[in-house]
Design a protein. Structure first.
Length: 87
């Protein structure tokens, strides 16, 4: 199936990449990827909070923006902590 036997498993692929280029090659692209993931997380949290607020307003339910903002802040802090742990 593959012509290069050094890329058959994840472990052998990691060893081959490390041997070819060392740490810079192995970790290349990590910062841009993490930046995109964090930005996407914040966008999704914001969209969810706005949708919940809108739907609660349509139902005539309580809650509103103050509770949603607290929820957004808590979720954003958790996402930031998770991103920091991933680095």
């Amino acid at each position: 199936m593959y012509d290069r036997p050094e890329y058959l498993t994840a472990a052998s692929s990691a060893r081959a990449v490390w041997a070819e280029g060392g740490a810079p090659t192995f970790w290349r692209g990590l910062l841009p990827r993490m930046t995109r993931i964090i930005a996407a997380t914040f966008i999704l949290i914001n969209v969810r909070a706005r949708a919940v607020g809108y739907l609660e307003g349509q139902r005539g339910g309580g809650g509103g923006a103050a509770e949603d903002e607290g929820e957004v802040a808590a979720a954003a802090a958790a996402a930031g902590a998770a991103a920091g742990a991933a680095e």
